[in-house]
Write a protein that binds this ligand. Structure first.
Ligand code: IUR
Length: 450
């Protein structure tokens, strides 16, 4: 058996690690018999030389086996599903999708993350609801799935401990953006949830992790093939992330937009993503025979209010006071009776008349991140009430001086430079520019299990 320095050398020189060798590396992490500098060197060797599909598959399986693998009651066989997104701006899909799937008969143990770089995190959004507890043990998750059908929680202590070590060292060694390492990290955690089916929302575009469609597609293919190899029916959607999903960005503002969506008033792009991702999952479980029937069942669950009831029950099961959950879910409620509103609001005005051609989601997200929506170091608090509401739609004609963005802020207040950056996120044009501009397609491609 090769020693750890030999394994590093083999990978550094472009070799393919055998199943036993990958296992040795991951077990050394789990048993804490490897030095951080050795793990860092191996990560850099993997980043530089890559891995063949079989190696990535073994890496993922070994990472998954480094901790607890969840198990479910027999009667849930074929029904346990989840979704993962590679990160977006205003991406509140999980908040609508998890209860919609539960309303369609699925069990959804959704294990989500916190904000990463400029992208938002589902857990940060949910924690803007007073009392919402994202820390649930495996037993509590099973109890909530039994009574409600869905929960949205953080990674438990016992799930894929190897990923916790690897993720921190990837961050410290500039090796986050490696296809096999991203694949191993994402799929090992989903594999440990013992899912029947998994759908991946892989973003491309200027506010995405991978900007161009080709590299996003490569990631999607890697995730789909490794997921299926692990025995989870895995499909993926390639979706565009140039602007924002829906109109709100920021933790509590996104909760409000999700609740409005669950009350039937959702923006078109959010509904499209929820229906497509949910429809695919229903098809992969076999609950429906084709995607269009799946999309319809998910849309009906959202528009008809069944998903809202599940969201209310999930909030209560995860610690929100019954009265607060009821108030958030009632029609024509004042959300700020429960959620905290930022101390200050200001509106940005259009500099000229014209047609809205573009709103740059990356610029919006980067400024908002600095105003407290996100964190610059792990463990820092976020400001749940900071965010922005887009007041115009693409293709809309606006006059000069019209309000186009409402900014919610506290401390720090936006600097003149940040205000000017935000203003530049808006591109106006003529009717002719709008005609020439290609039709915006949100979902570019769907990859199904082989
Ligand atoms: N989310 C994960 O769970 N793992 C990763 O490597 C990335 C995002 I990038």
């Amino acid at each position: 058996m090769l020693s750890i320095p030999d394994l590093i050398k083999k990978k550094r020189d472009g070799g393919t690690l055998s199943d036993e060798e990958v296992k040795t590396f991951i077990q050394a992490i789990t048993n804490q018999t490897i030095q951080d500098c050795q793990t860092g060197a191996m990560l850099m060797a993997i980043w530089q030389k890559g891995m063949v599909v079989k190696e990535t598959q073994t890496l993922t399986r070994e990472m998954m086996s480094s901790g607890e693998v969840m198990s479910w009651p027999e009667e849930w066989a074929g029904l346990v599903v989840d979704k993962h997104s590679t990160g977006g701006v205003g991406d509140k899909v999980s908040l609508v999708l998890a209860p919609a799937l539960a309303a369609c008969g699925c069990k959804v143990p959704m294990i989500s993350g916190r904000g990463l770089a400029h992208t938002g995190g589902t857990l940060d959004k949910l924690e803007s609801i007073p009392g919402f507890n994202i820390h649930q043990s495996a037993e509590q998750i099973q109890r909530i799935l039994g009574s409600v059908g869905c929960c949205i929680v953080g990674q438990t202590e016992t799930l894929v401990p190897a990923d916790r070590v690897l993720y921190a060292l990837r961050d410290a060694t500039s090796t986050v953006d490696s296809l096999p390492l991203i694949t191993g990290s994402i799929i090992s955690k989903k594999g440990a949830e013992s899912l029947t089916a998994l759908v991946l929302d892989v973003k491309f575009g200027r506010a995405a992790l991978y900007k161009d469609l080709e590299s996003a597609k490569e990631l999607a293919q890697s995730l789909v093939s490794v997921g299926n190899g692990l025995g989870v029916r895995t499909g993926a959607v390639l979706s565009c992330m140039d602007g924002t999903i829906g109109r709100c960005v920021g933790n509590s503002l996104e909760v409000i937009e999700s609740l409005e969506t669950l009350k039937g008033n959702g923006p078109r792009d959010l509904m499209e993503l929820v229906a497509t991702l949910g429809g695919l999952l229903l098809k992969m479980t076999g609950l429906v025979s084709d995607l269009s029937e799946g999309r319809k069942q998910i849309s009906d669950a959202v528009i008809g209010g069944a998903a809202l009831s599940k969201f209310q029950a999930m909030m209560e099961a995860q610690g929100v006071a019954a009265e607060a959950a009821r108030s958030l879910c009632s029609t024509r409620t004042d959300y700020y009776r429960v959620l905290r509103k930022a101390e200050h609001q200001t509106e940005l005005k259009t500099p000229a008349e014209g047609v809205v051609l573009d709103v740059d989601g990356l610029v919006l997200a980067e400024v908002l991140h600095k105003l407290g929506v996100g964190r610059s170091k792990a463990g820092e608090p976020v400001n749940h009430s900071v965010g922005a509401e887009l007041l115009v739609s693409l293709g809309q004609r606006v006059g000069k001086g019209a309000s186009w963005l409402r900014l919610h802020y506290e401390d720090p207040a936006p600097s003149p430079d940040q205000m000017s950056k935000l203003q530049k996120a808006l591109t106006l044009g003529t009717d002719r520019d709008a005609q020439i501009q290609q039709e915006h397609t949100l979902v570019k491609e769907v990859l199904l299990p082989h």
